[in-house]
Unconditional design. Structure first.
Ligand code: AVJ
Length: 325
């Protein structure tokens, strides 16, 4: 029953990605050492992120869910007969389900195209199909760019493209602009884009969201070193590092680092790298940008989006913006 409602594509339309080993070799072999946040999400890292989403200090997920629930009454007025849901980053999460619930009330058959490189795509797709009888899923196993390329000129059906959770906040402003352009150029007339972005707020609230009292965020950050140990034959000693995060007000972003607690050398065999770290030296692992409403309007305006509406929660912590081409 489920098989004929599920298909996968592995287009790899994006230019061939560098391997994990190559990317790490490059990004740790620079003056400002860096590990891309996309490497957080192995199985363990994805599980830890799920735990973060439930932490009392981590407001984004909970807040976005309350806003999405408000959309239940309002989103249908923007949709006509012929929409599917496309999601950048796969969710079997509450969030995707809220949108699928809205679609289930409008359409007899609901089409969902999750785009994700991670193995979680299959897991979450199967769990969704069990709960939604009229759901058809086309899982696109690729990078966001590859997935968008696949979607371009795919068919006449209109797409509601979801980019939730302030995942966009990981991009630098320049890369973010380019990515929005990519989304915009993928869209045809009538397509819609719904983006969830975290808002600038009190430093204390931001900083405790990224340095929780149970230490789950620290574990999440440090886990990327275990992953490098396992997958690239490296010998990071996790006890020699600590989680370090701060809010950079000028650049409106949380910055996460792994701090070396001692002078040390680490071998990363598969990257052909001997990494020397001084005591207190930082490895940068993540930016999480925060936005003002005016920033969001400018971001979307600059690439030619037409903003339909922005929804906020009562505390103005988080935003959802709907835009068309
Ligand atoms: C998944 C990128 C949206 O930036 O809030 C959570 C990742 N990092 N805690 C975020 C994250 C540390 C999260 N995003």
């Amino acid at each position: 029953v489920i098989d004929n409602r599920l298909q996968y594509f592995k287009p790899h339309a994006s230019r061939i990605e560098k391997t994990f080993a190559e990317e790490i070799s490059f990004s740790l072999n620079r003056h400002c050492k860096f590990i891309s946040p996309k490497f957080f999400y192995d199985k363990k890292g994805s599980d830890l992120f799920e735990k973060i989403c439930m932490l009392p200090e981590y407001y984004p997920t909970k807040t976005e869910i309350t806003i999405l629930k408000k959309l239940q009454n309002e989103l249908p007025s923007y949709l006509d007969k012929n929409f599917r849901v496309v999601e950048l980053g796969s969710g079997a999460s509450v969030k995707t389900r809220i949108i699928l619930d809205i679609f289930s009330q409008i359409y007899d058959v609901v089409e969902y195209f999750p785009i994700d490189i991670s193995e979680i795509l299959a897991e979450s797709s199967e769990s969704l199909l069990k709960d939604y009888d009229h759901l058809h899923i086309t899982g696109i196993i690729d990078t966001y760019e590859g997935g968008l390329e696949f979607l371009k000129n795919y068919d006449e059906k209109k797409n509601l493209i979801l980019f939730l959770g302030s995942s966009f906040g990981n991009f630098s402003p320049v890369d973010g602009h380019e990515f929005l352009q990519k989304i915009n150029s993928t869209m045809k007339k009538g397509d819609l884009f719904l983006i969830g972005l975290d808002l600038v707020k009190d430093r204390q609230i931001l900083e405790s969201a990224y340095d929780d009292s149970q230490g789950i965020t620290a574990e999440f950050n440090l886990n990327v070193l275990s992953r490098i140990n396992d997958e690239l034959d490296a010998d990071f000693n996790l006890n020699n590092f600590s989680h370090h995060s701060l809010y950079n007000e000028h650049d409106q972003r949380i910055e996460m680092y792994l701090k070396s607690l001692v002078n040390q050398s680490v071998v990363i065999s598969k990257s052909d790298l001997l990494l020397n770290l001084e005591k207190d030296e930082l490895i940068h692992t993540e930016y999480s940008h925060k936005y003002k409403l005016s920033d969001i309007h400018k971001l979307l305006d600059d690439v030619g989006f037409d903003i339909k509406h922005t929804w906020l929660d009562d505390k103005n912590y988080f935003s959802l913006t709907l835009a068309s081409k």
